[in-house]
Design a protein around this ligand. Structure first.
Ligand SMILES: Nc1ncnc2c1ncn2[C@@H]1O[C@H](COP(=O)(O)OP(=O)(O)OP(=O)(O)O)[C@@H](O)[C@H]1O
Length: 338
């Protein structure tokens, strides 16, 4: 039993859900996947164990990702997942209902934000606040978002890429595109199908991206390689292949260049004084996509502004969402349930 209220910051992500507890740090960091029994609708597994089942379930079990493009796609499953993670974060029963701050994409609609507010409430939160992901990222990356000076962040997640310039505690310019890690995986699936006539699943594609994915021309990256096994389209039988870093860079390029274009257009919309600040401080890159080899170099080359990967780039949103509970000025401006 817990006798003190424990407020939470949550990154309810398309790929991963993280929960930050004030004073304790990140206490939940698991894939946003739920396995259910389709006959009884009972939840079988949540998180890592459910992710291992993706693409490998018998007919009566379904492994579901309840978020798509950063928003709830399946309300009941998302609620079950949120419930489970909030309970885990609180380590069992608590006497007090927590205040919860959830990171959400900037481009979220009214209906989409209401779904998250309601799910948070039903999952036991006393009050739910929604913070725009780039703002949470910036706070989590320890940028001084309240000063009258431009700070630029790019958060490349699983479902969305969020780009924003922040000054005086608010977003000044931003772009949110529904193109991120999932689409990078999909481009690897397509590449292998087109070039080798072999079908692979999304989990294999994600592994390839993590092991040899790269976006900046470099001999060292060209030489990276990994093995995959897929199904040969012409025989219907398994086929082993070796994939090389150079070809994966080409496969990822169309998506990555759209992220670069969105970054450039955000800079173009930004007032010159703030661009001058950003040029001095650099662009902070976070989210799982910031781990792609060469991404900061590519952003620097394409924009002419230094890009730096945030420390612990995959936990920035959850940490920032938790830390904003102490920033009353910003907290008071966030969307919340009444
Ligand atoms: N080493 C790596 N190289 C490239 N991509 C990676 C690496 N590690 C993780 N990723 C990718 O990062 C993505 C997940 O990032 P993150 O957890 O920041 O997203 P999310 O918060 O769940 O998504 P969103 O913000 O879009 O809702 C996945 O697509 C994953 O494949």
């Amino acid at each position: 039993m817990i006798f003190k209220r424990q407020d939470l910051g949550i990154d309810l992500g398309t790929a991963n859900t993280l929960v930050y507890v004030k004073g304790k740090g990140i206490v939940v960091n698991e894939p946003s996947v739920v396995a259910i029994n389709v006959e009884t609708e009972e939840v079988i597994k949540v998180g890592e164990e459910a992710k291992r089942m993706l693409g490998k379930t018998p007919a009566y079990i379904k492994a579901i990702r309840p978020l798509k493009d950063g928003v709830i796609a399946d309300y009941n499953i998302a609620l079950a997942m949120l419930n489970y993670f909030i309970n885990r974060a609180q380590n069992g029963f608590s006497l007090f209902r927590p205040m919860v701050v959830v990171g959400v994409p900037v481009g979220i609609t009214e209906v989409e934000s209401r779904a998250i507010l309601e799910a948070g409430n039903e999952a036991g939160a006393k009050r739910v606040f929604l913070i725009e992901e780039p703002m949470a990222t910036a706070i989590g990356a320890n940028l001084n978002v309240e000063e009258p000076s431009g700070n630029m962040v790019i958060d490349i997640g699983g479902g969305t890429t969020e780009i924003a310039v922040i000054s005086l505690g608010s977003l000044v310019t931003w772009t949110s595109i529904r193109l991120a890690g999932d689409e990078l995986d999909e481009s690897i699936v397509q590449y292998v199908r087109e070039i080798y006539r072999v079908i692979i699943g999304e989990r294999t594609a994600e592994r390839v991206k993590m092991e040899i994915g790269n976006v900046y021309p470099d001999k060292e990256y060209d030489e990276l390689e990994t093995y995959i096994t897929g199904i040969d389209l012409s025989t219907g039988l398994p086929k082993k292949l070796i994939l090389k870093g150079g070809e994966i860079r080409e496969a990822l390029k169309p998506i990555v260049m759209q992220i670069i274009d969105a970054t450039k257009s955000t800079i173009e919309k930004t007032p010159p004084e703030l661009v001058a600040d950003i040029t001095e401080k650099g662009i902070v890159v976070a989210g799982g996509g910031s781990l792609l080899r060469g991404i900061t170099k590519l952003i620097s080359k394409e924009t002419g502004i230094d890009a730096i990967r945030a420390d612990e780039p995959m936990t920035c949103v959850a940490r920032g969402a938790g830390m904003v509970l102490d920033k009353l000025d910003i907290l008071s401006r966030l969307r919340r349930n009444e």
